[in-house]
Design a protein around this ligand. Structure first.
Ligand code: SAM
Length: 248
């Protein structure tokens, strides 16, 4: 019986590939890649010449049965996405779920993922977090989506593109207010890696007025409502103390 490896690849810095990922990618029979040209560049960099096949959102349902048949015949296949960990806002669920259902062996080969990378260095609580992927593109839907997340107690982690990052920060300011800390992690592991933090509206203005800060890929992290609750309680206590001190 074959094996399906789910292999994480770098999110920017090519030195972030693991030794195990290189070994698996060079030894499998086939690499199912979200974008074969992008993966070919990566493989060439590591001196790997394994055959690739395109496996993406648009052919997932059509291609999954072919890959499952190859696995049934004993082939070893690696699944990779353009960057980071497959299935994390990336294709692969259809194949992995079907492979599991058939009782095939699915082996994760862990490595970079922007969500964990950002969380590890943002300085926001990381004991409890909710990863929610990309916000909806339409503004009404996006605000409703954010409103539903407003009571989440853990840190919220969102993915966003440079084209929409200002709009999303503005929506965050409108929906969640100004008291929560927000961190934007841009171009992680790359030359222009930047962490900016502050209230959503301040960050929105900063990015709106500085086009360079809108370039590249973004993770947005928002302090959860629990942490904010603690700030509020602190504020309540401060007000109470002032009242007590001033009362006769
Ligand atoms: N599977 C990937 C992972 O494990 O992180 C995510 C793929 S998703 C299609 C791409 C999004 O991830 C980008 O739009 C951005 O929000 C985030 N991302 C990926 N690489 C990043 C990086 N180097 N810096 C900041 N965000 C990144």
């Amino acid at each position: 019986q074959g094996i399906l490896y789910v292999v994480a690849t770098p999110i920017g810095n090519l030195a972030d590939i693991t030794e195990r990922a290189r070994k698996v990618l060079s030894e499998v029979d086939l690499i199912a890649a979200e974008d074969t040209r992008q993966t070919r560049r990566l493989l060439t960099h590591y001196g790997i010449s394994t055959k690739t096949i395109a496996y993406h959102d648009h052919n997932e349902t059509r291609l999954a049965p072919r890959l499952l048949a190859a696995l049934d015949q004993g082939h070893q296949i690696a699944l990779v996405s353009d960057a980071g960990t497959p299935l994390i806002s990336d294709p692969g669920l259809t194949l992995v779920a079907a492979a599991r259902e058939r009782g095939l062996t699915v082996i994760p080969v862990p490595g970079p993922s922007a969500v964990i990378c950002a969380l590890s260095a943002a300085g926001l609580p990381s004991d409890r977090f909710l990863f929610v992927g990309f916000p909806p593109r339409l503004s009404g839907q996006r605000e409703r989506w954010l409103a539903e997340l407003g009571s989440e107690r853990g840190t919220l982690v969102l993915y966003e593109s440079g084209h929409r990052v200002v709009e999303t920060l503005q929506a965050l300011a409108r929906v969640m207010g100004e008291t929560r800390r927000v961190v934007i992690a841009r171009e992680l592991t790359k030359r222009f890696e930047t962490f900016l933090s502050g209230p959503a509206s301040v960050l929105a203005t900063r990015l709106a007025t500085d086009p360079e800060q809108r370039l590249g890929e973004f993770v947005i992290l928002v302090e959860g409502s629990r942490a904010q609750g603690e700030v509020d309680r602190g504020e309540q206590e401060r007000v109470l103390r002032i009242l007590c001190d001033t009362l006769p």
